[in-house]
Write a protein that binds this ligand. Structure first.
Ligand code: AMP
Length: 182
């Protein structure tokens, strides 16, 4: 299921670029203007539902924090459970964690050890708002595997294709971006 040009334009036009946030040289993709635009949010969620309803998924996993918004809504539409992949120190039960490199330093994300149930090989879609260097999504895909599940695809509203994050992640799993910035 491919997004039509008209649908893509509605979503693209609803995302606001904020220059030099959170620091100089970064163009921050603000999706709050997509979320409060009922047409754009509706087009986006309907497209995701149409795309993924045939994927035979067991769970949708969202990456902290904007991945929760799309992931939780999509899981409910698909009749699936939702799993949060959180920043370190937020999950209360036993976790498995994965570190990843930032421009300066490292960060860490975690998932509950039993998040994908007892049965090994649960089919999981990972979702986030944006992929830049791919470090976060790569760590998320590793966590899903370590938790005994299978990452079927990583989905992003926006892919920054001028960085090589998408290419790197494609070595590990299928990747789908609704909008790619070159
Ligand atoms: P990365 O690990 O480099 O792929 O960064 C992806 C994570 O950082 C996602 O959770 C995004 O929400 C956030 N992020 C990175 N760059 C931007 C950007 N230019 N605009 C908005 N969010 C960003």
């Amino acid at each position: 299921m491919i997004l039509s040009n008209a649908e893509q334009k509605i979503i693209e036009d609803s995302i606001r670029d904020i220059k030099d946030f959170p620091k100089e040289g970064i163009v921050f993709k603000d999706i709050t203007t997509l979320l409060n635009n009922k047409e754009a949010y509706g087009v986006l969620m309907n497209h995701l539902y149409q795309r993924y309803k045939g994927y035979n998924l067991d769970y949708v996993a969202g990456i902290d924090a904007r991945g929760f918004i799309f992931g939780a809504a999509l899981a409910q539409m698909l009749g699936l459970g939702f799993v949060p992949i959180r920043k370190k120190g937020k999950l209360p039960y036993t976790t498995i964690s994965e570190k990843y490199a930032l421009e300066y330093g490292v960060d860490e994300i975690e998932v509950h050890i039993d998040a994908f149930g007892e049965n090994k090989g649960a089919r999981v879609l990972i979702i986030d708002d944006l992929i830049a260097t791919g470090g976060t999504a790569n760590a998320a895909a590793t966590l899903v595997k370590q938790a005994g599940a299978t990452c079927v695809e990583c989905c992003f509203v926006i892919g920054l294709a001028f960085l090589d994050g998408i290419k790197k992640l494609q070595e590990k799993t299928d990747v789908y971006c609704l909008i790619e910035e070159n």
